[in-house]
Structure formats: C-alpha cells, structure tokens
Design a protein around this ligand. Sequence first.
Ligand code: PEP
Ligand code: MN
Length: 369
Amino acid sequence: MHSHMTGDSLDELRGELRGVNLELLELLSRRAELVERVRAVKQARGLPIHAPEREQAMLEELEARNPGPFPPATIRRLFAEIFRASVDLMERGKDEVLKVSRIAGRDDLVFRVKGELVGAGPVLIAGPCAVESEEQIEVAARELARLGVRFLRGGTFKPRSSPYAFQGLGELGLRLLEEAARRHGMVSVTEVTDTRAVELVARHADVLQVGARNMYNYDLLREVGRSGKPVILKRGLSATIDELLWAAEYIVAAGNVEVVLCERGIRTFERQTRNTLDVSAVALLRRMSFLPVIADVSHAAGRRDILAPLGRAALAAGASGLMVEVHPWPAVARSDSEQQLTPAELARFLDEVGWPHPAPRPVAVAGGT
Ligand code: PEP
Ligand code: MN
C-alpha cells in the first residue's frame, strides 16, 4: 500500500480497482462452480447440503488470517454472505426469483372459477361476515345476485378475538353457503382456519380464504396449496408486503398458482378506522407480482361510511376486485355489525365507486325461496 496519496493517479487507482473487481467476480464464480460440484457429491451420498460447523471453521480461519485493513467483523460479514449465497445455490439452484414474482414479459394471472373470470375485469366478492342461518344467507345471496354479484362470501369457521364470541356454524354453515350459492348461480368463498379442515371446506366451497390471522400459518398455506381450489390470501394484520408474497409463495410452491392477494388493512396507531387500508400495498403488489390483487374495504375500515372512497382508491391503485361485507340485517349481525352494508347500501356503494359492470344476471333462478 502507498503511504501517501499524492503520488497516485486517481485514474490508475480506479483502473486497478476495476481489475480487482473482475478478479473477485471470477473467483466468486469459481467458488460457485466448486459449490455445485460439492452439491453433486453430497446428493450422490445422501449427505446434508448445509454444513454449519464447516462454515464456522472457515470463518474462524479467515478471521485469524485476515491481514487487514478490513476489521474482523467486516470479514466475517462478507464471507458469511458468500456462504449463505452458496447454500442458496445448492438448495434452490440458479432460480433466484420467487414463483409469485412479476417477471418481465409475463402476463397477469387470469383464471376462471365456475366460469367467472378472476384477474381480468374487477370482481366483487360480497356477503355476510358469517353465515348465521339458512334464511340469512339465502336473503343475502338473492339480493346480491339481483345486483349482479357473482362471488358470495360467508364465514363458517370464524377466527374471533374472543373464544366466547360466535365462532361460526362450521360444517352446517358450509352446507348453507354452498346451497345458497348454487341456488343463485354464484361462486362461494369461505375461510379455512385449520389444516385438518381444508379437505372438508374444499368439498363445499369454490374458493378458499386464508384469513389475516393465519397468513403466517405455513402448514395451512401448504395445505390449501394442495387443495386444488383457488385461494384468497389475506395480508396479516402487521405483515409486510414481502411477508405476504412469501406466504403466497408457500401456496404456489405447493402446486397451486390460483392465488389472489388481498389487502385488508394493517394495524396502525389510528383508531378512527379499525385498520388502515394500505393503498401503496395494492400498487406495489401489482408491480411485484403477477397474481391478482383485491382489497377488502370492510375489514380495513371497520365502518360503513368511507367504504366507497376506499374502494375507488383501491381500484385506482390497480386492484382487480373488492371484498365488501353485506348482511340483510347488519344491526343484528353476530359479528362485524358496525361495518356490514345492507344490500340497498351496497347498491349505493357500487354507484359511488362507479362499478363498471353492475348488470344483473339475466337468468331467473329456480328453486329459491
Ligand atoms: C373475513 O374476511 O371474514 C375475515 C375474518 O377477515 P380478516 O381475516 O381479513 O380479518
Ligand atoms: Mn368480518
């Protein structure tokens, strides 16, 4: 090293740095090739890919032989990163982008459920917070179908904050929802909260929902990924956008690409609303992923009076659908009474949002009550 800088030409030094960078790159690539050969040998012998004790020994040796001027902690950090990258290469191969990522040139995901397009024009998913009775879900379905709504939601296994609050009708609720949806030619959407119930719920519902409280339930994510049904994945109450995408990755990696990301409001310090609708998440998720994004304005706001502006904002940010809770008699609803709309209020909401396709279904449905 030069003891004084005045004799150095900046251009020469820069040229040398560039040369060192290229040498480092070559060395890193050589290292990666060796790592791939190690993987091949390990795989052939059935040995584990990750060898933490060897990594630790290598770090100690490097630190002991570090001539400086980098401090030991820096050497440790840099090599630990190289080791991590090597393990990634062995475990995941060269594919560094998530399956849920938007890759240049890839089209947005569009799929059909019972003939209804998801991911193309905006979809409206509406219905009560919970299925409460045969009459309640039938009236809801009939009124919603009349407004042109094709996706009927209704909770049957409710994740409630209190274990003493109404927990949903369970299997009976599933059957009531299924029958109401069938009578009115609608697609049914309901939440599944437990890996052990995935098969049961998938037998009755057209679309499975993973709720905000279960976004981190990786076993459940894997299980709905194997269910063969489209999944609406809700963002956790305090989940980052990256964590939501990782959660979606679990479902897609398990074999199910029909995943819809749902922004449903996150917890902030604000108390006027139940949660804060994160409009940036809608816009960012559209950029980062090719999966459809919808916004649940009801659980975001926790109140009725600002749903239309929130819906407009979400659509403007690129949402391909909205979820809204609608109950024939919100005032006496067994859950989320403050935020549910009546069917008449939903009609006004759609007007205010400027909903593009409010056309009612032209078919008269037989068999309804
Ligand atoms: C729901 O949609 O029924 C629900 C419980 O919402 P979240 O999981 O977003 O709280
Ligand atoms: Mn609810």
